[in-house]
Design a protein around this ligand. Structure first.
Ligand code: HPA
Length: 267
């Protein structure tokens, strides 16, 4: 399945990607910055799932950014859509097959850490997989990775340093913290946010962890950046909405894109 998907993609573009990008809510416009890009709708790719959520598009792009060959997912798959964790992470395996050695994942999340504010960008230092499942469950294919992958540096320290310095050079400071990945699709209750804070989370979202687990299994180096689109449930006296998430993502877009574009050649 992985080989078939990769072979189809390779038949559409001569680009041999080194860097993979998975773009969260509102960041799909990065696709416009790809040079000589080829776009492949997910539904065309053998064995690819199709994403179903408003604000998440479904196409794979290959091309170069600042001279670096990249493969970019515009729109990702979430477990709340009904996909198993291994399905949400399938594209990462395909990226590996295409030659990717480093992966930049971005997402939108609620701020659990009360020092954060909406529009902050947070470097993910680590994650809490609170989805109750794992994409590597089942027989292990040794060709893909080891049975018990090390997760002690899931988010590469080398890439984190680069991201920190790049943000600094661009005139802003990245927040940093632990991303808690939950199933969704409900936003959390205030009690759940208190629990997450006790557990050590700084941000909470509904994506990323399964992709990162599969990337680490495959030996891909990972950089994760979160856009804090809202304060998590119960922190402010107001309800949460997808509209608020999309509005903030839109506000931060230029800053986020600038950072991502500067990071790609360094990854
Ligand atoms: N919770 C979970 N996922 C999210 C949030 C949130 O507050 N904001 C954006 N994605």
């Amino acid at each position: 399945m992985i080989q078939e998907a990769a072979a189809y993609i390779s038949s559409k573009s001569s680009v041999q990607p080194e860097v993979g990008l998975i773009l969260g809510s509102g960041l799909g416009v990065l696709a416009d910055l790809i040079e000589d890009g080829v776009s492949i709708p997910y539904e065309e790719i053998p064995h690819f799932p199709v994403s179903t959520v408003e604000g998440h598009e479904g196409e794979l792009l290959l091309g170069t950014i600042k001279g670096r060959p990249v493969v970019m997912m515009k729109g990702r798959f979430h477990m709340y859509e009904g996909y198993g964790p291994e399905v949400t992470a399938f594209p990462v395996r395909v990226m590996k097959e295409l030659g990717v050695s480093s992966l930049l994942v971005t997402n939108a999340a609620g701020g659990v850490n009360t020092e954060f504010e909406p529009s902050d960008l947070m470097l993910i230092t680590d994650h809490l997989n609170l989805t109750g499942t794992n994409p590597l469950i089942g027989p292990n294919d040794a060709a893909l990775g080891v049975r018990f992958p090390d997760m002690s540096e899931a988010y590469s320290l080398r890439l984190r340093k680069i991201a920190k310095n790049t943000a600094k050079a661009r005139g802003f400071k990245l927040k940093k913290g632990v991303y808690a990945g939950l199933l969704g699709p409900t936003y959390e209750t205030p009690a759940e946010i208190v629990m997450l804070r006790v557990l050590g989370a700084d941000a909470v979202g509904m994506s990323t962890v399964s992709e990162v687990i599969v990337a680490r299994h495959a030996g891909i180096e990972v950089l994760g950046i979160t856009c804090i689109t809202n304060m998590a449930s119960g922190i402010l006296d107001q309800p949460l909405s997808h509209d608020e998430v999309m509005e903030t993502a839109e506000l931060v877009r230029e800053k986020f894109l600038g950072l991502v574009v500067d990071l790609i050649p360094q990854m």
